[in-house]
Design a binder for this molecule. Structure first.
Ligand code: URA
Length: 246
């Protein structure tokens, strides 16, 4: 770990928490364990019928998808945000991290998780030996900032979801980390609480999916950092137990 990162983690009160311990005992009991995860090959999503927007998006490559997001006015959010925030990272990533929506700093810079929550996320990633550009892709459910950082509305999520789903298909990640309520609702189609969804391997289109708290929530609920760290370690073990990508 770099000296700069070490200092940062200390300031955030995260050391020695965000350090990977060797041969860590399973963090969860009574639930599916990493070794239980079968092959990660994503099941192809049945192509939506021709003609509709979702059908068009489901056939796009990276270039078209980026252009679609940049030009999107499908909901009202584009009127109030500065720019769209597509996603960032390795387009053939093993890990796909999904958050909620851009905040003020992301809106200004056009990149997800670059504010305070993003700095926490970077520290957490570094704690398990990852970095956002290396085998990691970071995206949000919404590509535009909701005004005043309000929660996404259902119609906005439904309108934006095909874009995220296409990102998943193009990346074909080996594991998805769904961070927070809106990522879980969108990818797992459930209203269940994060607490009840943690600690087991879910599936999205055949890809193992692990649920954890949103980094912004962790900034407000410091005791739950330990649980998020368990989730990350669980995710790492889950991925390590998967067969190599074909
Ligand atoms: N919160 C999110 O969910 N995404 C971001 O990009 C920033 C904050």
């Amino acid at each position: 770990m770099s000296a700069r990162r070490e200092l940062f983690l200390e300031e955030m009160g995260l050391t020695p928490l965000w350090r990977l311990r060797a041969a860590q005992a399973p963090a969860h009991s009574g639930q599916a364990q990493p070794g239980d995860a079968p092959d990660a090959a994503p099941a192809p999503r049945p192509a939506p019928p021709d003609g509709g927007r979702a059908g068009r998006i489901a056939r796009m490559g990276w270039g078209e998808l980026k252009a679609e997001v940049a030009a999107c006015t499908a909901c009202g959010l584009r009127k109030t945000c500065t720019q769209t925030v597509f996603g960032v990272g390795d387009e053939q990533a093993d890990w796909l991290l999904v958050g909620e929506a851009p905040g003020a700093e992301e809106d200004a810079r056009g990149e997800p998780f670059v504010g305070q929550a993003g700095r926490l996320l970077d520290g957490m990633l570094e704690g398990i030996g990852l970095a956002r550009a290396n085998k990691v892709y970071i995206a949000n459910v919404l590509k535009c900032r909701p005004p005043g950082n309000r929660n996404p509305e259902r119609a906005e999520v439904e309108t934006c979801a095909p874009l995220l789903l296409r990102q998943v298909e193009l990346i074909r990640p080996r594991l998805i980390l769904a961070m927070g309520r809106f990522a879980c609702q969108t990818l797992l189609d459930t209203d269940a609480s994060i607490a009840s969804l943690r600690g087991r391997v879910h599936r999205y289109q055949g890809v193992p999916l692990i649920v954890t708290y949103h980094p912004a929530y962790l900034l407000r609920n410091l005791p739950d950092k330990a649980k998020a760290w368990e989730d990350l370690c669980f995710a790492r073990r889950t991925l390590a137990a998967l067969p190599a990508r074909d």
